[in-house]
Design a protein around this ligand. Structure first.
Ligand code: NI
Length: 137
């Protein structure tokens, strides 16, 4: 049976600060540079949500992309858009919001909500040039 990957892209704008409270201020500055600035800074994030499976015989869909769009809006965009990722988001509590940690947190939020096909890969863009990918553990 053919395995097909479908992808929905969503965007959100958010503020963050990279900081590990277990390290000294000097170590944090050295590790994270400008991203450690105490008063936060912003990114225009893009998250690509890929779902893989066999197209359904009746619908031709791996997963209805309009359903995936609604799920992505509810699970990712609404909680994260125009928020401070260090302070405002329950599922990011206690997480240093690097792009790596964010993509794993997004995976955990989305996984139980993908009801046909399987969540296959997330790619989270933090800048035009940097992204992190996660395919589960
Ligand atoms: Ni940053």
């Amino acid at each position: 049976m053919p395995q097909v990957t479908v992808t929905r892209r969503v965007r959100f704008n958010a503020a963050h600060r990279l900081h590990n409270p277990d390290l000294s201020d000097a170590e944090n500055r050295q590790l994270f540079g400008l991203c450690n600035s105490p008063n936060f800074h912003g990114h225009n994030y893009e998250l690509e949500i890929a779902v893989r499976g066999t197209p359904d015989a009746r619908t031709g869909y791996v997963m209805d992309l309009s359903e995936l769009a609604r799920t992505a809006d509810a699970v990712i965009v609404e909680p994260l858009d125009h928020r401070n990722l260090n302070l405002d988001v329950d599922f990011l509590r206690g997480i240093n919001p690097t792009v790596e940690n964010l993509v794993v947190a997004c995976w955990r939020e989305l996984l139980p909500r993908v009801t046909s096909g399987r969540l296959y890969r997330l790619r989270l863009w933090e800048t035009e040039n940097n992204y992190a990918e996660y395919e589960g553990d």
